[in-house]
Design a protein around this ligand. Structure first.
Ligand code: EPS
Length: 352
C-alpha cells in the first residue's frame, strides 16, 4: 500500500483548492515559505494567461502541523482562488443560485469537454472544464513541496528545465516563439526535463508490473493535463545495445558509471545514478483562434469555445512534473525505509 497518500479537491473558479495528505512521519520541519516559493515557480514562465495576474498562490495549513513540524496527523493544505470573488454566484453550491452565466456547449477539440460531458451526462460543459482545468496543479504543487521537504531531510534534491518550446530549442528564443503564437491566436507546447540527485539504490521493484518506479513516474507525469509523452533517460530509438547501456566500473571499490542513458532506473528500480525524466506537453487546446467543432445543444457545426487561457504553460508543467516526481519518490522512500518519525526514518535510511 502507498505510504504517502493524498486527495485533492477544488474547481478552477471555486472557492479554494484543498489537499489532505496522510503518511508523513512526525517531526518533519514544514517551511511554509518554501511551499509558497514552489507555488510561485508554478505561476511563472512565458505564455501564462491573465489569471496569473489575479492569483498570488499561497498555502494555508489547517491541520497536521504544530509549531512548524508534522505531528503525524493528516495535513490539510488550502490554496484560495482569488478569482472566486468574481465567480461566487456562478460556482455557488446553492440550488437557488442556478444561472447559465458562463455556461457553454461548444466542445474544445483536445480538451476534456466532449468525453467528460458524455461520461458524466452534463449539458453545461462548465461542469467538466472546472475540474479538468490545469488550475488544480496549484494544490498538487503544494503537495509536491511537502514531499520535497521529506526528501530534503535525506539530502535528495530535484530541479527541472524547459528544453523546447514549439520547434525552438534555444532558450534565448523561447519568449519570441510564445509571442509569435500569441499574435496568431494560437498555442504552443514543448519539452521539459526533471532531475533528482542523491537517490538511494532500490526504490521501486522488478517483481510486479505495478511496482516499477519507472511506471509510477510515467503515470504521475503523463496525467498532468496536456502531457502526451514521458521518457526515462535517453530515448533508446536508434541505439544498439552496446551504445546504449551504461557500463559498470569500479572506483576505489565502489560501483560507478561513465554514462547515464538509463536515467537512473534499471529493472524498475533506482540504481543510484541521477534520475532523469523527460515530458512533452501538447499545445493548450483553449485557443483564441478557435478550431472547428460541434455545439452539443444545437448539434450544428460551429467554432470552439474560447475563454481566458495560457498561450504556453510548459515552464509551469515542468515545475508540476518536478512536484509529482517528489510524490512518488517520497512514497517509495517511505515504503522501503519506513519510520513513523523523521528520526526513525533517518536511522533506517542511513543504515542502508
Ligand atoms: C491555470 C488556471 C486557469 C488557466 C490555465 C491554468 O485559469 P483560468 O481558466 O481562470 O484562466 O489559466 O488552465 C488551462 C490552461 C486549462 O486548460 O484549463 C493555473 O492556475 O495554472
Amino acid at each position: 500500500m502507498n505510504k504517502f497518500r493524498f486527495l485533492t479537491a477544488g474547481e478552477s473558479h471555486g472557492k479554494c483548492l484543498t489537499a489532505i495528505i496522510e503518511g508523513m512521519p512526525s517531526g518533519v520541519a514544514v517551511d511554509v515559505d518554501f511551499i509558497n516559493s514552489e507555488l510561485k515557480r508554478r505561476q511563472q514562465g512565458y505564455g501564462r494567461g491573465e489569471r496569473m495576474k489575479i492569483e498570488t498562490d499561497t498555502v494555508e495549513i489547517t491541520s497536521g502541523v504544530r509549531f512548524g513540524k508534522t505531528i503525524c496527523s493528516p495535513i490539510t493544505l488550502v490554496v484560495k482562488n482569488r478569482d472566486f470573488e468574481s465567480w461566487q454566484k456562478i460556482m455557488s453550491a446553492a440550488p437557488e443560485d442556478i444561472t447559465d452565466e458562463k455556461s457553454f456547449s461548444t466542445y474544445r477539440p483536445g480538451h476534456a469537454d466532449y468525453a467528460g460531458s458524455v461520461k458524466y451526462a452534463q449539458q453545461d460543459l462548465r461542469n467538466i472544464l472546472e475540474r479538468s482545468s490545469a488550475r488544480k496543479t496549484a494544490i498538487e504543487t503544494a503537495v509536491g513541496a511537502v514531499a520535497k521537504l521529506l526528501l530534503k531531510e535525506l539530502n535528495i534534491e530535484g530541479s527541472s528545465r524547459v528544453l523546447q518550446i514549439g520547434s525552438c530549442c534555444c532558450p534565448d528564443n523561447f519568449k519570441d516563439e510564445v509571442e509569435t503564437m500569441r499574435g496568431k491566436g494560437n498555442t504552443v507546447g514543448g519539452k521539459f526535463v526533471v532531475k533528482y540527485q542523491g537517490l538511494p539504490v532500490g526504490l521501486g521493484s522488478h517483481v510486479h508490473w505495478d511496482r516499477g518506479i519507472d511506471g509510477r513516474l510515467a503515470q504521475a507525469i503523463m496525467s498532468i493535463p496536456a502531457v502526451k509523452v514521458v521518457e526515462i533517460g535517453t530515448n533508446p530509438a536508434g541505439y544498439t545495445g552496446s551504445d546504449y547501456h551504461d557500463e559498470i566500473y569500479l572506483n576505489n571499490g565502489e560501483i560507478t558509471r561513465q554514462t547515464n542513458n538509463a536515467g537512473g532506473i534499471e529493472g524498475g528500480m533506482t540504481n543510484g545514478e541521477e534520475l532523469v525524466v523527460y515530458g512533452v506537453m501538447k499545445p493548450i487546446p483553449t485557443m483564441r483562434k478557435p478550431l472547428k467543432t460541434v455545439d452539443s445543444k444545437t448539434m450544428e457545426e460551429t467554432e470552439a469555445h474560447f475563454e481566458r487561457s495560457d498561450v504556453c504553460a510548459v515552464e509551469a508543467c515542468a515545475v508540476v512534473a518536478e512536484a509529482r516526481t517528489a510524490w512518488i519518490l517520497a512514497d517509495e522512500i517511505l515504503i522501503k525505509f519506513g519510520g513513523d518519525s523523521i528520526d526513525e526514518l533517518k536511522h533506517n535510511y542511513h543504515r542502508k
